[in-house]
Design a binder for this molecule. Sequence first.
Ligand SMILES: NC(=O)c1ccc[n+]([C@@H]2O[C@H](COP(=O)([O-])OP(=O)(O)OC[C@H]3O[C@@H](n4cnc5c(N)ncnc54)[C@H](O)[C@@H]3O)[C@@H](O)[C@H]2O)c1
Length: 372
Amino acid sequence: MAPAFEDNNSETLPSSFSSGSDDGVLHKSKVTVVGSGNWGSVASKLIASNTLRLSSFHDEVRMWVFEETLPSGEKLTDVINRTNENVKYLPGIKLGKNVVADPDLENAVKDANMLVFVTPHQFMEGICKRLVGKVNGDVEAISLIKGMEVKREGPCMISTLISEQLGIAVEKFSEATVGYRDNREIAEKWVQLFSTPYFMVTAVQDVEGVELCGTLKNVVAIAAGFVDGLEMGNNTKAAIMRIGLREMRAFSKLLFSSVKDSTFFESCGVADLITTCLGGRNRKVAEAFAKNEGKRSFDDLEAEMLQGQKLQGVSTAREVYEVLSHRGWLELFPLFATVHEICVGHLPPSAIVEYSERKPRLSLLEGSTQYY
Ligand SMILES: NC(=O)c1ccc[n+]([C@@H]2O[C@H](COP(=O)([O-])OP(=O)(O)OC[C@H]3O[C@@H](n4cnc5c(N)ncnc54)[C@H](O)[C@@H]3O)[C@@H](O)[C@H]2O)c1
C-alpha cells in the first residue's frame, strides 16, 4: 500500500484560486499523475515542486505506477516510495518526497480533482475502461500523451477518447504549451502547475493543434533518424524537417478546421519538432534501423535500445497511414506515407529521400487545404 504524505502547505492563496465561498474555506486541488514512465516521472517531479510552493494545491502528488518487478525481485512502487526515485524510468533523479507511487489505479484517482494522463497511448483505452465511474464528477484533466487511436469511424485524439469515455473535459499539454478549448481560467491553473523559473509554459486555444503537433512530430523524427542512419547530412535532415512540418500542419488542418497556423510556431510545434529530430528516442531507433538496412525490426531495436520505454513514432506512422489510405490522401502526404512503408519493410530506408518527384497535389506550402 502506498504511504500517505503529510500536507503542511501554509502559503497564501492567490485570489484567482480562492473558493469564492463566504466562509473563505480553501478548496485545494489534489493532483494525480496517471503514468510513471520517463515523461510521467519528469511531470510528477515538476508538478510536485509546484504543489509544495503553491497553496492552491495539496502537497501530495499521487503517481499511478504500472507495477513491475525489478531484477532485484522488488516491486517498482516500493522502490520509488523507499528511494524517492523511479529507478527504472528516471534513474538518478529525486522526484520529491511529496510524490507517492501507487500501483492501484482506482485508489490513485479516487480523491483527485486534477488528473494528468501520461502513459503510452496504446494503453489509454484499457485505462479509461477501468476508470469509468471511478473519477470525481468535478475532476479536471490534462493529457500529456502523444498518439491517436484509429477507429473505423475515423481518427480519435487521445484527449477526445478520455473525454468521451470518462465524461470529463480534457486539456492538452505538449512541450511547454497548454492547449485549451474554452476555459482560460482552467488553462491558467495547468500553466501554473507545470511552470518553473526555467520552464516557461504558455496556453493556446487549440487543443487539437497542440495534440497533433505532439503526435505527428514523432513520425517526422523517424524520418530524420533514417536520414542520420544513411549519413545524408544536415541539409537533407533540415529538408525533411521542413517537409515534415508542412505535412503536420496540412494534415492537422484537414482533420480539424479549427486548428490554427500559429500553433505550429509555439513550443509544441517547430521547437519540439527540432528537438525531437536532433535527439530523442524515435530518431535514435530509426537511425539504428537504417544502419541495419531495415533487417532488424523496430520491435527488436526498441526492446534492445529503450529497455521498457516505448517508441511512439512507428505506431503513429501506422495510424496516420490508415487515416491517409482510408480518406484517399496518401498522395498528398508523401513523407508520412513513406515513413510507414519503410517501417513495415515495403520500402528501403533510402526511400525517405526518393519521393520528391511525387509532387503533392495539395497546396501545402500555402497552408491551403483545398484540392487542386
Ligand atoms: N518522454 C518524453 O520526453 C515525453 C515528452 C512528452 C510526452 N511524452 C508522452 O508521454 C507518454 C508517456 O511516455 P513516457 O516517456 O512517460 O513512457 P515510457 O515510454 O518511458 O515508459 C513506458 C511506460 O508504460 C508503462 N506500461 C508498460 N506496459 C503497460 C500497460 N500494459 N499498461 C499501462 N502502462 C504500461 C510502463 O510501466 C512505463 O511507465 C507518451 O504518450 C509520450 O509520447 C513523452
